[in-house]
Design a protein around this ligand. Structure first.
Ligand code: ADP
Ligand code: AMP
Length: 221
């Protein structure tokens, strides 16, 4: 079997990043987060980052042109041969079609697209409480995922943490609107292709992880 290509679909706060990092550890797959790539471009002050910054702060989607250029660069790295988990990509029809074309060029296709199904209202609380370790990027939540020892990252011990500028209630509502208008239609797109899986992602992190690991073990092991 060729290397798996998994897509995690879901609105902001659904748990895509949390689950992708766990799958990376368990299955040796590579997490590809276009949000992380764009934030790195903004921090580095590249042309793409300068163009994306205000759009991201407003909670809208960055242009397909910029996102696809960044993703294609990343997909050219050798580690993706282990198999990938796409987190936050594709987010538009155009990105989904471009991904199909990119994969077809390498004799591959999407193995599974997993829709993390959640209630919008709960997502405002999930996103507003999110923070990450400034040292290693491990994700936490004020209520749902606290470090075992307060103020110390479980993974690397760092005592520095950060929050995203776009993780405020007002911007989250814009991001949810963008999700429903431009990204949610991809659920039907992957259903038609016969690769869609749905998971109830309202339960605890560990329960979502178990459901997801069951799917990944079945389609990609
Ligand atoms: P996404 O990548 O889909 O935007 P994240 O994985 O960053 O979402 O999760 C958003 C926040 O919610 C994080 O702070 C994370 O710790 C927390 N979280 C993730 N999954 C769950 C869950 N099933 N229940 C409660 N909180 C969760
Ligand atoms: P995320 O980290 O996935 O929550 O993404 C944060 C922000 O980055 C989004 O609100 C968008 O502005 C931008 N972004 C991330 N991925 C994409 C994508 N695939 N297409 C367009 N914009 C994106």
């Amino acid at each position: 079997m060729s290397a798996p290509v998994l897509i995690l679909l879901g609105p902001p706060g659904a748990g895509k990043g949390t689950q992708a990092r766990m799958l990376e550890e368990e299955f040796g797959l590579v997490q590809l987060s276009t949000g992380d790539m764009l934030r790195a471009a903004v921090a580095a002050g590249t042309d793409a980052g300068r163009a994306a910054k205000a759009v991201m702060e407003a909670g809208a989607l960055v242009s397909d042109e910029i996102v696809l250029a960044i993703l294609k660069d990343r997909m050219a790295q050798p580690d993706v041969a282990r198999g990938i988990i796409l987190d936050g990509f594709p987010r538009t029809d155009g990105q989904a079609a471009a991904l199909d074309a990119l994969l077809a060029g390498a004799g591959q296709k999407v193995t599974a697209a997993v829709s993390l199904e959640v209630d919008d209202e709960a997502m405002v609380g999930r996103v507003s409480g999110r923070y990450t370790c400034a040292g290693c990027g491990e994700g936490y939540h004020d209520e749902f995922k606290r470090p075992a020892s307060a103020g110390h990252c479980d993974k690397c011990g760092s005592t520095a943490f950060k929050r995203r500028a776009d993780d405020n209630a007002e911007t989250v509502r814009e991001r949810l609107k963008a999700y429903h208008a431009q990204t949610a239609p991809l659920i039907a797109y992957y259903d038609t292709k016969g690769v869609l899986e749905r998971i109830d992602a309202m339960g605890p992190i560990a329960a979502v992880r178990d459901a997801l690991a069951g799917i990944v073990g079945r389609v990609a092991a």
